[in-house]
Design a protein around this ligand. Structure first.
Ligand code: AHM
Ligand code: MG
Length: 341
């Protein structure tokens, strides 16, 4: 008879990542540990995001808290948290973050590793002031050269080279979602035990239910993207019954669509000279999420072809992004081919 005191199987993130390592008999455990470091960074950032706003209330001037410490903007805090928890372990040769113009070097006193980390420390940070969800996005590349600290050009690898990628969603609960090339797995932070527990094994994107886009910019899109948007709204042979949901935090919009089915897009802007190739970053946002999407049976494109095939030419390169259910992303490529070339 089952022991009523025996808890049902609880799979912690550590155990799951270790089990995944079995897919790679030659693995040394380094990648496993980087993922575990990132999960820890997620816990630290989550504990801060849930207190956002309090520092200013407790502080005297808004810049200085009650202990006399300077109040740091959350995106700076998240950036430093990820860097400080990963730069001394001997697992990475360098880091590149959306928050830093230059590559983050491993401090001289620490050993260099064989991986490169790319990350967006606090995606959707403009939502923080309004108590809306935010996220962290990460991707891990193998280093292609040996010796010395990683140079900027070493990060200019296509998403196909990623060995792992994922995101942390700070919402009504905190979730860590990742892929190491064997499906997509989601963990929910149990705050009472301080551990991420497997809650969403083997995520597969279901039939589309939502589309997510900032319709405020519709006038500035190319004819193909305008036509695609009408298609999503059910005009002339379009899909029927999709709902519009847009949070303005890529991680949250993507996460919802991954679980419920749908497409997120952020097209190029034909009028704004600052956004001729859209707003989102290839290296820190589009690439890692494209890997997750493909591993869940979805697809990500820049409107012309797979995001994962684009070789970046600069660290902070931007790209249009269409990501979610494959048949919808294929459709936008069709409209772009027919109307925009
Ligand atoms: P951020 O990384 O600086 O926060 O910017 C990226 C964010 C995405 O999370 C989101 O999809 C997009 O910007 C929203 O932009 P907009 O307000 O133009 O719709
Ligand atoms: Mg971002």
């Amino acid at each position: 008879m089952a022991d009523p005191m025996d808890p049902s199987p609880i799979i912690t993130i550590e155990r799951h990542i270790l089990d995944e390592q079995a897919f790679h008999p030659q693995a040394t455990g380094t990648l496993t540990n980087i993922l575990y470091d990132l999960a820890l960074a997620g816990k630290v950032i989550a504990s801060k995001t849930t207190r956002a706003g309090l520092a200013e209330i407790l502080g005297l001037t808004g810049d200085t808290n009650i202990q006399g410490e300077r109040v740091m903007k959350l995106d700076r805090f998240a950036d430093l948290t990820v860097a400080r928890l990963t730069d001394h372990t001997g697992r990475l040769a360098g880091l590149a973050s959306e928050e830093n113009a230059e590559v983050i070097r491993i401090p001289e006193q620490y050993p260099l590793g064989k991986y490169l980390l790319v990350f967006d420390p606090l995606d959707g940070s403009s939502n923080v002031d309004f108590n809306m969800p935010v996220g962290t996005i990460f991707g891990i590349y193998p280093r292609q050269r040996d010796g010395g600290p990683a140079e900027p050009d070493e990060f200019l690898q296509p998403g196909r080279n990623l060995v792992a990628a994922g995101y942390i969603a700070y919402g009504t609960s905190t979730m860590f979602v990742y892929t190491a090339g064997h499906g997509v797995h989601g963990f929910t932070l149990d705050p009472s035990v301080g551990e991420f527990l497997l809650s969403h094994p083997n995520i597969r994107i279901p039939k589309a239910k939502y589309f997510s886009v900032n319709l405020g910019y519709q006038l500035y899109w190319t004819p193909g993207v305008q036509r695609f948007t009408e298609y999503l709204q059910g005009h002339e042979g379009g899909v029927k019954g999709l709902s519009l949901r847009y949070i303005g935090t890529l991680v949250s919009d993507f996460h919802r669509n991954l679980l419920a089915g749908g497409i997120f897009y952020y097209p190029a802007d034909t009028k704004d000279p600052k956004k001729p190739t859209g707003k989102l970053r290839l290296l820190y946002e589009a690439g890692p999420l494209a890997f997750v999407a493909e591993q869940a049976g979805g697809y990500a494109s820049d409107g012309n072809g797979p995001i994962l095939d684009i070789v970046p030419t600069s660290l902070h390169q931007r790209t249009p992004l269409y990501i979610g259910n494959k048949e919808l992303v294929d459709k936008v490529e069709e409209f772009v081919r027919a109307l925009d070339r």
